[in-house]
Design a protein around this ligand. Sequence first.
Ligand SMILES: Cc1cc2nc3c(=O)[nH]c(=O)nc-3n(C[C@H](O)[C@H](O)[C@H](O)COP(=O)(O)OP(=O)(O)OC[C@H]3O[C@@H](n4cnc5c(N)ncnc54)[C@H](O)[C@@H]3O)c2cc1C
Length: 481
Amino acid sequence: MSFDYDLIIIGSGPAGFSCAMQSSKFDKKVLVIEANTDHLGGTWINTGTVPSKALREAAKTIHRYQAQFGNEKGQRPFVKFRMEDLLQYQKSILESKNKKVREDLIKNEVDTISGFGRLIDENSVEVSLTDDSKKIFTADKILISTGSSPKPPSKNLNNGSEILNYESILNLTHIPRRLVVIGGGINAFEYATIFSSLGTRVTILNDQDDYLPYLDHEIKDQLHQSIERKQITIFNSVKVKKIQNNDLRTCTEVLFKVAGQDRLQVIETEHVLYFGGYQPNTIDIGLEKVGVETTKEGFIKVSKNYKTKSDSIYAAGDVIGFPTLASVSFVQGRLAACDMFGIPAQELPADIPYGIYTIPEIAGIGITEQDAEKMDIDVTIGRAFYKNITQADLAHIDEGLLKLVFSSENYKLLGVHIIGEGATDLIHLGQSVMSFGGDIRYFIQHVLNYPSYTEAYRIAAFNGVNRVHKAGVKYRNILEN
Ligand SMILES: Cc1cc2nc3c(=O)[nH]c(=O)nc-3n(C[C@H](O)[C@H](O)[C@H](O)COP(=O)(O)OP(=O)(O)OC[C@H]3O[C@@H](n4cnc5c(N)ncnc54)[C@H](O)[C@@H]3O)c2cc1C
């Protein structure tokens, strides 16, 4: 049977993009359908990953400048810097990324069409075009990579005031003096630290009894101290009751209760930023027509090779649920392409690093000290505090910690947890050593650039070796074993 294409991809985020690029390298004829009529690149480039990181980069630069040179009169950054300039900086980055994605697809001879894609059978997709006409395309394989969208707050919470989400916050016209962030996940903390670095007084209302509970406990302590220094207030176990305008005081009020307390508390703020989780973009895309199964939250069920119940239909990225990261979506899209066209590929490794782009940033891979305790594994910890790293001194940075978790018996590296400048890059050295089954002596035996943040690995390794052997034991024995 002949089809228009070898592969049709619905959605041009990281999962769709990487699947298209990989398939084109397999000499396949590919069509990408994208509902956003202005831009390719999905949440990744247009509303999520890249915009938040661009804003963060600008906030970090300002924060560092203020810390080193600018804060003589105690002026907050919003006095000197304008949101307009920050967003202009961000816009220029988005434009160049959008251009790059389009050029990469063109260079690899991937066709694109603007419109809403809907499955009509196992090999056909109907596209609703902007002029209300429809076109049908057929393909041997189809990838659903339609991503996810922010869950809105419940209607009875909102009493007519504007509640921002990660898309609408990109339209702010000035740096707010006060911001309430509702949510306790990664993105809530990222945006909280971005705005506090710009001088905004931030309050986080978290409905859980703790935040980022999976972090290593010392990394969490460091984060907590940093948050206190930034004067960010966190309320845990919160139930938000109402969000309303107070016209007299020209502010927005957030009314909330903390579990176990009767008192209704009120915070006055300029803006409210809401993170209520994500919902998959699976509505009205014809899943029922082809018998693709979903979870009760609507995420598409797939095999370990990203295949749905139908042999010709695959799904990857946020639309299949956890971990809903661009980093993982890129790999999923590529692996789906390999499976579709019978190219052998390794599965996604069990150890996936995470990166949290707070200021300072956090990254981790493998087990934490707490995990080791629970699993009854005899581990030793090697620590390096940034205040002992020359590169951090040079950059005027004194907050940060790199922790190595390794087997006390044979030094095998089992986990790395970092908070501090460069953490999301640094983690990959630990990841490489771990994936080759290496041990912490790697960091002692190899030359690491100096000055560099990587020096933290060497310091932490020495610290760890010292702890295993306590004082007085010769390193020679250790290094030769
Ligand atoms: C604020 C924020 C910050 C983030 N930061 C990070 C980070 O630092 N690191 C990280 O790894 N991840 C981050 N993420 C997560 C990351 O953005 C997502 O995991 C990733 O974009 C998901 O990729 P995807 O390909 O599944 O879908 P998306 O990027 O969401 O793209 C899906 C595309 O499909 C299109 N589409 C939907 N339905 C249809 C249809 N029927 N027809 C045609 N097109 C359709 C949409 O218009 C969209 O363009 C962040 C997310 C947010 C919200």
